[in-house]
Design a protein around this ligand. Sequence first.
Ligand SMILES: Cc1cc2nc3c(=O)[nH]c(=O)nc-3n(C[C@H](O)[C@H](O)[C@H](O)COP(=O)(O)OP(=O)(O)OC[C@H]3O[C@@H](n4cnc5c(N)ncnc54)[C@H](O)[C@@H]3O)c2cc1C
Ligand SMILES: NC(=O)c1ccc[n+]([C@@H]2O[C@H](COP(=O)([O-])OP(=O)(O)OC[C@H]3O[C@@H](n4cnc5c(N)ncnc54)[C@H](O)[C@@H]3O)[C@@H](O)[C@H]2O)c1
Length: 472
Amino acid sequence: MDQTREYDVVVIGGGPAGENAAQYAVEGTSMTAAIIEGELLGGECSYWACMPSKALLRPVAVADITSDLAGVSTAHVEAQALLERRDTWVSHYDDSGQASWAEGAGLAVLRGHGRLVGERTVEVVSSEGTTRVRARQAVVLATGSSARVPDLYADVHAWDSRDATGVVEVPDRLAIVGGGVVACEAALWMTALGSQVTLVVRDRRLLGRTEPFAADAVLDGLRERGVTVHLGTEVSDVRREGAEATVTGKVHGGTVTLTTSAGEVEADELLLAIGRAPRLDDVGLEAVDLTPDDVTGGRLPEWLHAVGDASGGPPLTHWGKHQARVVGARIAAAAAGEVAWEPDREAPVPQVVFTEPEVASVGLTEAQARDAGHDVVTTKVPTSSAAGTGLLRDHVAGDAQLVVDARTHLLLGATFVGPEAGELVHAATVAITGGVPTHVLRHAVASYPTAAELWLRLLEELPREFRVPPPA
Ligand SMILES: Cc1cc2nc3c(=O)[nH]c(=O)nc-3n(C[C@H](O)[C@H](O)[C@H](O)COP(=O)(O)OP(=O)(O)OC[C@H]3O[C@@H](n4cnc5c(N)ncnc54)[C@H](O)[C@@H]3O)c2cc1C
Ligand SMILES: NC(=O)c1ccc[n+]([C@@H]2O[C@H](COP(=O)([O-])OP(=O)(O)OC[C@H]3O[C@@H](n4cnc5c(N)ncnc54)[C@H](O)[C@@H]3O)[C@@H](O)[C@H]2O)c1
């Protein structure tokens, strides 16, 4: 073993969360940081998740709009060109660009698998040998998450999201088990690439964490685009001839047969999209007397932090990066004997689901707000009801809704469905973060005729007492 190297901050995992934690901990200080990365710097998000999926979905969405917009001819997705676009956006699975960024930011990158072996001490194992690294200030766990694979599916070598985003061989028939975000998004791009897609969904609805009206709109959208969706359907058995995990994105064997409560489903490939779990099983937690539950429960010694999917928080890149910026600032402040400034209000979590129609939400759903004890008023309008949204395509699906606290007149949550939903939701994020009540929000004027005018429609639909401050 080489001699021990020392840095102020050691980050295990170089995904978006790990990169941000390292950067924010040392930026503007004389401290040093190392990121330990076992695969590609940039993480799941850059190569197998957000980037490739959105690179695949954007042309599909644009073609979809042109099929519903008088005055323009309909565009068609070209499968090979679409896959080439994906390859460009994942830099052909080469992380040298991210490595240059790290070098420019003054961050050391250590290649290999990192494991805690004692307090503030990490061992890095690679084909080159084993190195011991000590952190003077802090260690950050940013190891991300892995797709869940229940025992039922252990022998059939089903695809996971890496195969779906990294698809190179398009199966004629694709069965997807799961009704969450990965399932709904992948169903769209795999349909556009030419697969006949069948979704087998255990729940009686899609997208369990969104407003029911948003999930219904996504269900209609998938069915309109040729996807077969079985809701409330359990899988009891899975069989496959010649199952073999070959290359990522290639078909992994012969025909797959699912026995389900809705009958047998046959497909040429099966995508399992039933959630992800923090990757904490091989990071040496036992060496410092901790368990994965201690990490996700936030019970960590002051020198150890967890960010991103590994923390057990909402598994979203922007949320992991936010956590990482907060943790990075805390580490920097602590090293200087200070306490980092943080707002007293918890930041709301936004999410955009890039389906047709698009769904964007932030904060609490109506049911979550009521469960949390709020007296709630909601306002809902068709997304087509503003001139700016109506102009975006010929048939605008979906509704938009605000969830407002009846006592304080503060926004608790918002959901937008339809074109530009992902952009419309940010105003809600700002309003919740800033604590802007509805009577003030009404004076934030949106330009005519933009999609943002939907805000005017939503606020006008609230009872009139929401136009003035609440009684003291
Ligand atoms: C198909 C798909 C699409 C998605 N789309 C979106 C989206 O549009 N928007 C969004 O916000 N989120 C999206 N997500 C979620 C997003 O990918 C994750 O929330 C995000 O990648 C988490 O970032 P992270 O840095 O915590 O972990 P990761 O990106 O998983 O990075 C963790 C890194 O740690 C490394 N690592 C792990 N263990 C070790 C170890 N012991 N030693 C060394 N290195 C290690 C891994 O190799 C990896 O590079 C998507 C997820 C999937 C599956
Ligand atoms: N646009 C985005 O922001 C985006 C896109 C993709 C993924 N992601 C993130 O990645 C995470 C993982 O996505 P996902 O779709 O895998 O998970 P998910 O949690 O969104 O959905 C999981 C689905 O699988 C079902 N399920 C769970 N266990 C099952 C079982 N044993 N059998 C059958 N069905 C089962 C659930 O009921 C649910 O429908 C998400 O939580 C999301 O935050 C985000």
